[in-house]
Design a protein around this ligand. Sequence first.
Ligand code: AMP
Length: 124
Amino acid sequence: MSDYDPNNIFARILRGELPCAKVFEDDHVLAFNDIHPQAPVHVLVIPKGAYISLDDFGARASDTEIAALFRAVATIARQLEIDVSGYRFLANHGTNAHQEVPHFHVHLFGGRKLGPMLSRKTTE
Ligand code: AMP
């Protein structure tokens, strides 16, 4: 696995070098609105630790960090009142999933009917 890039955009947000529209923060997690929202609710939930992707997070993060991320997602969904209407929780890992930012993040989508889970388009 390649090394974590400390200058990726989410690392810079975590250091306060770039702004974000914060919706949640605790000791292990930061969550903020996606800059190009694809649904009325589109929040990115990221660990504060330096993890490249879900693969890296799953391999190296502590149980506390992993639990904190899952709890944060559920808390944010309730906070944004999409827990009853429903939401989607998605993580892109690597090239085939089109991961753009090499700091592990999950997308939380809601606020409208989200349609099928995957696009029918299989190539770019
Ligand atoms: P992914 O393709 O899973 O790596 O998703 C990266 C996401 O980060 C995209 O949905 C972008 O719109 C979002 N994004 C990139 N830069 C920023 C930023 N500065 N603030 C908030 N969201 C961002």
